[in-house]
Design a protein around this ligand. Structure first.
Ligand code: ASP
Length: 344
């Protein structure tokens, strides 16, 4: 694995599975009373968020803290960015403080790739514009695999505002890497223009007709609803919110039909949800919804990503054995041992 996490396309199937295996061990930690491990003691992780975030920012912060890294949060407001400092100067300034990782969310697609050219530290893409959100795709894969097992041949339907969704882009890549079949559904106005070329690849399909897909011959294992990203919309992409819901919302009726065909179907949403628009409360809160499982997996997966990028990234490489729980939560014991179930 490279020292950065910029795109889902950079991860081979083996690398994805390695990260998800580590995340499983990290998830076990989450259930313990004392959650701290000394693995990243002495490492510094800066979370620099130029866009708002609840789940991604807090889970990266928790992930760093539980692994004993020093974690600092910066946002555009409150940093010198608001005084007009360029992204390059800001990134190089932070890098000059000898930090180990920079977790960046930025409204410009490609910003993280650009920053990675300027700094020595690891760069983690926490969402760049409408481009990619690789750790979201990993946590979605983790959530799906924990319920469905191996994703080979599983049918995942992604519905909604594809044009503005970095979650959709990273998910298509990671799901394909893991062998899942993906159908994406959106109104014509929210279907990205280049997507027709993608349709040629095996196991990938597009549709404008949600009901045809849900009731079609190919049973659905999971439905991922995407947020309508109004903040990125400059024009009218659909006539009214009501019409959007009628055509593309996961309504109670659609949920009932899905469950009637497959009682084990899973409902995902990366959040934040527009309840009543792309997803009805009955679907968001139903027994088939794994929305909060996704949030929980987010911490474990981000711990795993930090582990893979940072542990061992020095002159004296650390071994997975250093993933030991500290019972005091304070510092690393001098002779770490391998905890049960922890794998790289
Ligand atoms: N939280 C996800 C993202 O930052 C999805 C969304 O905002 O709709 O891309």
């Amino acid at each position: 694995m490279t020292r950065h996490m910029l795109s889902s396309a950079d991860l081979s199937r083996t690398e994805v599975l390695d990260i998800l295996a580590t995340a499983e061990s990290m998830h076990d930690l989450q259930r313990r009373e004392v959650k701290k491990v000394p693995t990243l003691r002495g490492r510094t992780v800066i979370n620099f968020f130029f866009e708002d975030s609840t789940r991604t920012r807090s889970s990266f912060e928790i992930a760093g803290k539980w692994m004993s890294a020093d974690t600092i949060n910066l946002s555009a407001k409150g940093s010198s960015t608001s005084k007009g400092e360029s992204l390059r100067d800001t990134a190089m300034t932070i890098d000059a403080m000898a930090v180990d990782a920079l977790v960046i969310r930025h409204n410009a697609s490609g910003a993280c790739h650009q920053v990675a050219q300027w700094v020595r530290c690891s760069v983690i893409n926490a969402g760049d514009g409408t481009h990619e959100h690789p750790t979201q795709a990993l946590l979605d894969a983790y959530t799906l695999r924990s319920r469905l097992g191996d994703l080979d041949g599983k049918h995942v339907v992604i519905v909604g505002d594809l044009t503005h969704s970095r979650v959709f882009r990273s998910n298509v890549i990671t799901l394909k890497t893991l062998g899942a079949r993906v159908t994406v559904v959106a109104p014509p106005t929210l279907m990205p223009s280049g997507i027709v070329g993608w349709s040629a690849t095996d196991g990938f399909a597009t549709s404008w007709d949600l009901d045809a897909v849900l009731d079609g011959e190919d049973p659905v294992d999971a439905v991922m609803m995407l947020r309508v990203q109004r903040e990125r919309m400059s024009g009218g992409y659909f006539p009214t919110a009501r019409e959007y819901t009628v055509g593309y919302g996961l309504t109670r009726d659609r949920l009932d039909r899905l469950v009637a065909r497959n009682p084990d179907v899973l409902i995902l949403h990366p959040g934040p949800m527009n309840r009543g628009l792309e997803i009805a409360a009955e679907a968001a809160d139903s027994a088939r919804s794994v929305v909060l499982d996704q949030v929980s997996a987010g911490v474990a997966v981000r711990m795993a990503v930090l582990y893979h990028l940072l542990a061992g990234n020095d002159d004296a490489p650390r071994e997975p054995a250093e993933l030991e729980t500290s019972t005091t939560g304070a510092s690393a014991p001098s002779a770490p041992t391998q905890p049960e179930g922890v794998a790289r």
